[in-house]
Design a protein around this ligand. Sequence first.
Ligand SMILES: Nc1ncnc2c1ncn2[C@@H]1O[C@H](COP(=O)(O)OP(=O)(O)OP(=O)(O)O)[C@@H](O)[C@H]1O
Length: 324
Amino acid sequence: MEKILEVKNISKIYSVGSLFSRIRITAVDNVSFYIKPAEIFTLAGESGCGKTTLSKIILGFEEPNYGEILYEGKSTKNIDRIEFMKKVQGVFQNPFESFNPLITIEDIFFETIYNFKLATNKNEAIKIIEEKLNAVGLSFDDIHNRYPNELSGGQLQRASIARSLLTNPSILIADEPVSMVDASLRMSIINLFSKLKNQIGLSVLYITHDLATAYYVGDRIAIMFRGNIVEMGPVNKVLLYPKHPYTQLLLESIPKADPEKKWRENVTIADIEYTEYLKEGCKFAGRCSFVRDICKKEKPKEIMIDDVLVRCHLYSENKTTISA
Ligand SMILES: Nc1ncnc2c1ncn2[C@@H]1O[C@H](COP(=O)(O)OP(=O)(O)OP(=O)(O)O)[C@@H](O)[C@H]1O
């Protein structure tokens, strides 16, 4: 099976706390997954589960303690940094932070073209910029002579996606790309990922805490909790028939259209982050309604059930174990 990007046994350990009470947390704990060409793969989980750390490691902004990233089967350590940056581009949460506020948007585009040597003259550069802006539903006139603060958040995020397309990447690493965009414009950006996937075969690693958009746009999904992938598989299977109690909890916290079905009020998300990171056994044990003695002592192994990987002791009997 073809893999465009592979995350292989990645671990990242941070020292946190004050000088007198430092602790070490494994923010990303032996995580592995791959992304196929023209696939939207979602990495989902609540704040502080390790999603951004993983995206920084993939983009080369952070070094992992263990593991490696492979692009088209080759370790990124053996790929020229510039060539890698052309093929694997990042799209970030706040488009206003992605652009220098003192430079016009077109100059920022020209700079990228110049830095990556994508054109030999200005006309050629404008042609490339126009093509990429058109792909995201903008035109050169929309950015001509304009500074970042003269565009709306939604337009600027589109412009930021157009800029990442300049180098003809194979994959975008999109970390919470719509969380700072007006709610009314979010779906148009999400739809844009689908369009780019279908039209130019782009892959997207879509990092989010929003399961509704993940369900709408994604092909496969990995649910992360305190540094571990606890469930991973096709979006329809994971989100319609969740196996892990944590996936079930996340889904219960999404508001339902059915007015008879009330929000669950006892969903607790996160203020016990470090305590959970330091837990032995299953990190979710403290919040799990199905907790057993073994959950507090032993880290569950990964098991495949009906195309879905799940890491939970509830399923550990009589099933195929993949890894520790
Ligand atoms: N540079 C750092 N130094 C120390 N701890 C860090 C650092 N970066 C992240 N962490 C810790 O690692 C854990 C995972 O953080 P990370 O930002 O990757 O999670 P996240 O799921 O992306 O959350 P968010 O959506 O809030 O960004 C958290 O407990 C965080 O406090």
